[in-house]
Design a protein around this ligand. Structure first.
Ligand code: S3P
Length: 265
């Protein structure tokens, strides 16, 4: 049939290459603009993390889809772009590890996870890694081999993870007890001390069976006493301090980012 000649695969591929060129050009431009936004926000002291803006971008992208058959793919595409952009911003803002320390129940794991979602930075937890490596729980390690054994395992783990870059490292509450740990963590990272009132900590940890340091002593008074004992070590290790009492995760993450940036490198 005249005029309805089938395209050859070479021709189709050529068109795909052309589309990629257009995408790459637009993407490069977008990255430049994202960095401009970052510079602007930093200069003006505006909040860096803005989840509502991301939702707006996705909605805007979906509104401009012409072929609805591709809506799902377009949504995935926009989300990947947002991930890459956020990651690029994070690497520039935090070219170091963000180390979370603090007493049990101050929110290190929960905040580590949320911060990791918001900054698209990997988050690791030394306690989880120790349990995985030793194939047992921390409670069992204390019970069967004593605290000293656990502290040695913790020291080894800290040594290993300190070499990482651009990672959020959530540490066990007793990590500051060994000065070598703090020294090592500081080599590639900034230390964020999370704090909370003993009453709030008690409410958060009272049912936790995997906290051998509090075993048989689960009370506000004991928590207060232990916190007092460690206070100087926590505070001298910290680059910044964030109180997590009566704040939601978003507020805490915003405060960490704000204080880290203010603290400078
Ligand atoms: C400890 C805190 C725990 C865990 C171990 C010892 C401590 O971590 O490392 O039970 O001495 O404060 P979390 O603070 O993450 O619970």
């Amino acid at each position: 049939m005249e005029g309805l000649q089938l395209k050859t695969i070479q021709e189709i591929r050529k068109e795909i290459d052309h589309c990629d060129e257009i995408l790459i050009q637009a993407f490069e431009k977008r990255m430049e603009l994202v960095l401009q936004v970052l510079e602007y926000k930093t200069k003006e002291g505006m909040p860096i993390l803005d989840s509502s803006r991301e939702e707006e971008i996705i909605a805007h992208g979906l509104r401009s889809v012409k072929n609805r058959d591709f809506s799902k793919e377009i949504e995935d595409f926009i989300k990947s772009i947002l991930n890459i952009s956020r990651k690029m911003q994070s690497i520039r803002l935090f070219p170091y590890n963000i180390i979370l320390i603090g007493f049990m129940g101050t929110g290190k794991s929960a905040i580590g996870d949320r911060l990791s979602q918001l900054l698209r930075m990997e988050c690791i937890d030394t306690d989880v890694l120790i349990e995985r490596q030793m194939k047992t729980s921390i409670a069992k390690m204390f019970e069967e081999h004593g605290e000293k054994y656990f502290r040695e395992a913790e020291k080894d783990m800290v040594k290993r993870v300190s070499y990482r870059k651009n990672t959020i490292i959530s540490c066990g509450g007793g990590v500051v007890l060994h000065p070598d740990n703090v020294k090592q963590l500081k080599d590639n990272g900034k230390i964020v001390l999370l704090s909370a009132h003993p009453e709030i900590i008690y409410e958060r940890v009272k049912e936790d069976q995997n906290l051998p340091v509090l075993k048989g002593n689960m009370s506000i008074e004991f928590i207060q006493k232990k916190m007092e004992e460690r206070k100087d070590k926590y505070e001298s290790a910290a680059d910044i301090i964030v109180d997590t009492s009566n704040k939601d995760k978003e507020e805490i993450c915003q405060e960490i980012v704000y204080k880290l940036l203010k603290n400078g490198k």
